[in-house]
Design a binder for this molecule. Structure first.
Ligand code: GDP
Length: 526
């Protein structure tokens, strides 16, 4: 098949939510419908087996959160759907942000009892900044939840985009009767139970039938009223506006009961965009170009402690990946072996023969690949857009056994390259500084240093409160700034200079005194 055909049938999306909204449950059901796995519960099992194989996942187990993100692939109708899971806990949001740069759409899961929650909001900011199209699933309608009109209103206000309900719930909780399909003017009747895949929902088309009216009572009439209201008040669905991240189609359902799940898959296939062109510093890259290009958006180290291996997660951006082909790291021209590249088909890691734009491939390596790297067949190219956020919390790290300091440095460098934490080397002195967006990152790092590098490290408070990457059109001016502020300068993993301040006021003073210097809260890998 031509590359163009393969591109057209790819859908790559991330699933985002606040913890406990039902992301794992929905993922499980999506995989079940798409025929990638047959038993519900496998996604949870996957979580569990990861605990067993990887020690540091103990942290995840202890806290009941998902630390690492992962990738699944499934086939539905004629499409290949790549689903990227994201960690829900806010302390890992950096990882999540980067995952969002590798997808073409997002599926947002909302708990109908809680509405839009804090963590969802932060993720949505990233989607909005990139105009990522979002499909919304309002979950848990089988519970006593908030009024749907309220929810819709809240989503619209907090997302800053119009909500276009595709379905509308009839009742909720114990009297949840199903959803009305606004396009086809029918109602699918809810049937509790989680193991039905094949059985079809009963569909009702005659709302004025007295028997139907009696059966669903006031719940049906108020749903129909609400639908009238919505149809009168909200704009029609506009595909372009959806693709631009200005409208979100909304679906109601209950993931645990398999209700409303198929509609989500259909929406992804029918509405979500196939892979599109991507920006590199040098040029725009089209997905159906003949030559392969890809971007490393995530690195997971030490999946197997005995081998100290790392897997780089690469989003294919153009061309056709074939096992064994010659690829180069565009940053330094180094060759990459592609004979052992793996796919992420459901929960198994298989050797991969080929892949197309939108697919995610895993490349085992020993440190050759870094976050943000571009892979090509030889062309010098650097994709833009992989974000690094200025850390908000800083710590120093101490060890009791000085003989382990080499190990400490190795561990921190590798964890830094993986993006688990940001490691800064001060301009003066040699005490490494750690920066994070959430405090839990420090716990993960201490735990992993102990278990993977046999280093007992103690994390101690540092005097800094904020960091800004600094750039200047005039390199000499930048150098002058660095010399004048030597005790407040450190370098990150790619040696980008950073200004550190203990108080917000120090930053304002520096900004006032050095007008030519730019201070950045976000560094896009370049
Ligand atoms: P995650 O943290 O977002 O991955 O959430 P989970 O999928 O683990 O779900 C959190 C809890 O909500 C679990 O106890 C699920 O069984 C429950 N849950 C998920 N979907 C539904 C639903 O549709 N209805 C009800 N009543 N509970 C649900």
């Amino acid at each position: 098949m031509s590359i163009l055909n393969e591109v057209a049938r790819r859908r790559t999306f991330a699933i985002i939510s606040h913890p406990d909204a039902g992301k794992t449950t929905l993922t499980e059901k999506l995989l079940m419908y798409a025929g990638a796995i047959h038993i519900a519960g496998s996604v949870k099992a996957r979580k569990a087996s990861r605990h067993a194989t990887s020690d540091w996942m103990e942290i995840e187990k202890q806290r009941g959160i998902s630390v690492a993100s992962s990738v699944m692939q499934m086939e539905y109708r004629d499409c290949i759907i790549n689903l990227l899971d994201t960690p829900g806990h806010q302390d890992f949001s950096e990882d999540t942000y980067r995952v969002l740069t590798a997808v073409d759409a997002a599926l947002m899961v909302i708990d109908a009892a809680n509405g839009v929650e804090a963590q969802t909001l932060r993720l949505l900011e990233v989607c909005r900044a990139r105009n990522t199209p979002i499909v919304t699933f309002v979950n848990k309608m089988d519970r006593e939840v908030r009024e749907p009109l309220d929810l819709i209103d809240e989503i619209e206000r907090t997302l800053g985009m119009s909500t276009i309900p595709f379905t509308w719930p009839v009742g909720m909780g114990k009297s949840f009767h199903g959803v009305c399909d606004l396009k086809n003017n029918c109602m699918r009747v809810f049937q509790p139970g989680s193991d039905r895949i094949d059985s079809k929902n009963e569909v009702i088309v005659q709302f004025d039938d007295p028997q139907i009216q009696q059966r669903f009572g006031a719940d049906l009439s108020s749903a129909l009223q609400a639908i009238d209201l919505i149809k009168g008040a909200s704009p029609a669905f506009d595909h372009e506006a959806f693709l631009a991240g200005k409208q979100t189609p909304v679906f109601f359902g209950s993931a645990i009961n398999n209700f409303g799940v198929r509609e989500i898959l259909d929406a992804l296939v029918d509405l979500a965009p196939p892979p599109e062109s991507r920006n590199a510093i040098q040029r725009e890259v089209l997905p159906d170009e003949k030559r392969f290009t890809g971007m490393v958006f995530k690195i997971q180290a030490n999946m197997n402690l005995a081998h100290r291996d790392r897997i780089a997660f690469v989003r294919v951006c153009s061309g056709h990946f074939k096992r064994g082909m010659n690829l180069k790291v565009a940053r330094n021209g180094k060759d990459i072996r592609t004979s052992t590249v793996v796919s992420f088909l459901s929960q198994r890691r298989d050797i991969l023969e080929e892949a197309y734009p939108g697919d995610i491939i895993g490349i085992p390596n020993h440190g050759t690949l870094q976050l943000g790297d571009t892979l090509t067949e030889g062309e010098v190219l650097q994709f833009t857009g992989l974000p690094f956020f200025a850390p908000e919390i800083f710590r120093t790290v101490e060890i009791s056994d000085p003989l382990r300091s080499k190990q400490l440095k190795l561990g921190l460098t590798q964890l830094g390259e993986e993006g688990a934490i940001q490691v800064f080397r001060p301009h003066l002195g040699n005490m490494l500084l750690l920066g994070a967006v959430g405090t839990l990152q420090f716990e993960v790092v201490t735990h992993r240093l102990q278990h993977e590098y046999a280093v007992a490290a103690r994390i101690a408070p540092a005097k800094y409160q904020l960091a800004r990457w600094i750039t200047c059109d005039d390199p000499r001016e930048l150098q002058r700034f660095i010399e004048a502020n030597a005790h407040r300068i450190a370098y990150d993993a790619v040696d980008a200079p950073t200004f550190l301040a203990s108080f917000g006021a120090e930053l304002s003073v520096a900004e006032d005194n050095w007008p030519a210097i730019r201070f950045h809260k976000l560094r896009e890998h370049a």
